[in-house]
Design a protein around this ligand. Structure first.
Ligand SMILES: [Zn+2]
Length: 406
């Protein structure tokens, strides 16, 4: 208790425009106690709420409140990337994402040389432990996403062909052990020889499998679905395209509506008309916005950068390899990715779950976070109507406030 009779760690955020993940409360308040959401109500209940005086009150003055964003595919930001393979870089990535409303993320590794991959995996694992132990401010590391190396050389994007591997259960085991059991997601090409038994092994370990960087035929992707490859990495990008006599991996994912997919929504990775088509075709819970952002994201608007030894040019928010123009990744942020969806005509109620509840469901963490239901961890974002982030809260504590990490 403080001098005003308020409990410690009890907050009331009021006068807010709240998107819970399930409903929209135009004028509401959220009660948070000991890091957990206790209740969400319309302002009509504010005066009559019996023990409102117990809470420290924060007037949100009409600001938007959403669940914290969960970026499940991110390589780097603000000059720090997973390829740095250091604990410091991973913790800096966690910190810099707060400004974009991200409260949970999966640091994502592209195909690297084996020793380099092992170093990066250990760095992520250590960073995660340190974050838990010392409460370092930053988006929560929720394991990691290995994008490759078990992918197709035909659809490698800017992955280095020298580091792409055949499906190899022994190598998977080595990476798993190095991660101390924290690999959450793996992007694989379903058509690789031996993928059936590889997928079985990965699933025994509890890893979510995504189809990606794949040249699979329709039949090969369906076989992938049969062995549990039920999610897809940056849908449409680095995948065999659809042809009416050869639907390929893209066709299979469109036809099988139960398969979920990541989407890079900047309008360049995927044509806006196709994004609109996808929104119409896929069930609402199956689209997940990701940034796939690279290390120089957020540093400077345009220019040439070095990413994993490749010269890449940043132009209009997309990185392309200078040598051949191959798209290398985005300079997107999570709040901007939702904003793009609004530009395609979606409402906030439709678009926000794609960055919050949907990824939490796919990675089976929705009972912990991803919505503003009572009992969930108080991970949330306070932003303006254009989704510019003002404050970010993780576990009931504001970690970011108007440009400052707290
Ligand atoms: Zn990627």
């Amino acid at each position: 208790m403080n001098s005003k009779g308020q409990e410690k760690n009890a907050f009331c955020l009021y006068n807010a425009d709240i998107y819970t993940g399930f409903t929209h409360i135009r004028e509401g308040f959220i009660l948070i106690r000991n890091g957990v959401i206790e209740n969400v109500h319309s302002m009509q209940r504010f005066e009559s709420y019996s023990d409102i005086s117990m809470y420290e009150k924060v007037d949100c003055k009409g600001a938007v409140i959403t669940p914290g964003f969960f970026d499940t595919h991110i390589h780097g930001i603000h000059g720090y990337g997973t390829e740095d393979a250091t604990v410091e870089a991973i913790l800096k990535m966690a910190e810099h994402q707060l400004a974009y409303g991200v409260t949970s993320f999966l640091p994502t590794l592209a195909s690297l040389e084996k020793q380099h991959t092992l170093r990066a995996i250990r760095a992520i694992t250590e960073a995660q432990k340190l974050q838990q132990k010392e409460g370092i401010p930053g988006a929560t590391i929720r394991g990691m996403h290995l994008e490759g190396p078990f992918i197709s050389t035909n659809k490698k994007g800017i992955h280095d062909a020298n580091f792409i591997k055949a499906a190899d259960k022994d190598l998977l085991k080595e990476y798993w052990d190095a991660s101390e059991g924290t690999i959450t997601a793996m992007t694989v090409a379903p058509e690789l020889k031996g993928m059936r038994s590889f997928a079985n092994e990965a699933q025994k370990l509890g890893i979510t499998l995504l189809a990606g960087h794949s040249n699979a035929s329709y039949e090969q992707m369906v076989e992938g679905i049969e062995v549990g490859i039920l999610h897809a990495a940056h849908f449409f990008n680095a995948m065999r395209s659809m042809h009416h006599r050869d639907p390929g991996v893209v066709g299979a994912i469109l036809i099988h509506s139960e398969i979920s997919c990541e989407l890079i929504s900047d309008g360049i990775h995927v044509h806006p008309a196709l994004v609109e088509f996808l929104v119409k075709e896929k069930p609402a819970g199956k689209i997940v916005l990701v940034t796939d952002s690279l290390k120089p994201t957020g540093l400077s608007p345009d220019g040439i950068y070095d990413v994993k030894g490749d010269n890449v040019r940043l132009e209009n928010g997309v990185f392309c390899r200078v040598e051949d123009g191959t798209i290398a990744g985005s300079a997107l942020t999570m709040n901007a990715s939702i904003r793009y969806m609004l530009g395609y005509g979606l409402t906030k109620s439709d678009a926000i779950p794609m960055a919050t509840l949907n990824p939490a469901r796919i990675y089976e963490t929705d009972n912990l976070f991803g919505s503003l239901l009572p009992g969930r961890q108080a991970d949330l974002v306070v932003c303006d109507k254009e989704l510019n982030v003002k404050r970010t809260m993780i576990g009931g504590r504001f970690c970011y406030d108007n440009g400052r990490t707290l």
